[in-house]
Design a binder for this molecule. Structure first.
Ligand SMILES: Cc1cc2nc3c(=O)[nH]c(=O)nc-3n(C[C@H](O)[C@H](O)[C@H](O)COP(=O)(O)OP(=O)(O)OC[C@H]3O[C@@H](n4cnc5c(N)ncnc54)[C@H](O)[C@@H]3O)c2cc1C
Length: 260
């Protein structure tokens, strides 16, 4: 048994081709909008604002004869998007995270969130368990008797994994991949649901806002609350105008504008 902590790595974020945007904006007379942008600073926010302004051709007053006034300040513009629940424009910006050392308890819950996500999860049919990495929350670590019994149980399960691998001859040269997969999948049934594993999870901003709220709720499970608090902190840095409306109390993230 190896004691681990759930970790979050942001591995991909939107990247804008500002030259291509400029070429389009020259076509429609909206170049001045791009001049106001601090290129490369907050690209997710630039992308969302770009998508929103395209809807009404509101790069500047008069391009659409119906529009006499435009919001020049990006933060103000994006707050209005949230306020108006114009959430579809948030779907253009996606972020990819590696969620490392998370349990199968966590991944079962995460997979319930469907729109705007992509998942690639470590396969425990291919990847043989030769140890059982496991996260213990602080309150459990402080309980000596619990830790003694839990560690003994996990060590026994780990030994059983190793015994099965030998028993099935999985490291023998002649054992084919098909047979390894078959037996590895059988063996994982003897791993606890708390075994630490990992996945790549991609979500757009609309989905991120909804899942951060749902999964940091007081009623949510402690591991997923921990991970989504970390994701919330990352997103506040990545797109402050789109995640700055949350109030965080005791780890619960409550948005200023709900259900965008
Ligand atoms: C604290 C907590 C406790 C939970 N307990 C349980 C439990 O005991 N048992 C259990 O089975 N689940 C449980 N869940 C999971 C929960 O029921 C949802 O399945 C999960 O949170 C996904 O959220 P969502 O329904 O908002 O869907 P998401 O997939 O996150 O979708 C986001 C939004 O898109 C819309 N949407 C998505 N799919 C559809 C659709 N097919 N049709 C129409 N609109 C759609 C909805 O407005 C939805 O809110 C729990 C979740 C939480 C946060």
């Amino acid at each position: 048994m190896r004691s681990v902590e759930p970790e979050v790595y942001l591995v991909a974020r939107p990247q804008i081709d500002y030259d291509a945007m400029a070429a389009y904006l020259r076509e429609v007379g909206g170049e001045r909008w791009l001049e106001r942008i601090d290129r490369g600073e907050l690209e997710a926010q630039d992308l969302v604002e770009f998508a929103g302004k395209m809807c009404y051709r509101s790069w500047e007053p008069g391009l659409n004869p119906n529009v006499r006034k435009v919001r020049d300040d990006q933060a103000v513009y994006l707050q209005n998007i949230l306020k108006q629940a114009h959430g579809s424009v948030l779907e253009h910006a996606s972020f990819s995270f590696v969620l490392h050392n998370v349990s199968r308890v966590f991944t079962h819950e995460l997979a319930r969130h469907r729109p705007g996500t992509a998942i690639s999860q470590e396969s425990l049919r291919y990847v043989r368990l030769d140890e059982l990495p496991f996260w213990f929350p602080d309150w459990a670590r402080e309980d000596a008797e619990l830790m003694k019994r839990a560690t003994a149980l996990l060590n026994e399960l780990e030994q059983f994994q190793l015994w099965m691998a030998g028993h099935f001859g999985l490291d023998e040269d002649e054992t084919r991949m098909h047979e390894k997969k078959h037996k590895t999948s059988f063996m994982r049934r003897f791993a606890p649901e708390g075994v630490a594993t990992g996945l790549v999870w991609t979500a757009n901003i609309r989905t991120l806002r909804h899942t951060i709220e749902a999964r940091t709720d007081q009623g949510a499970e402690e591991e997923i609350r921990l991970v989504f608090s970390k994701i919330g902190e990352i997103m506040r840095t990545e797109a402050p105008a789109l995640f700055g409306d949350y109030t965080v109390t005791d780890g619960t993230w409550i948005p200023g504008w709900r259900k965008v």
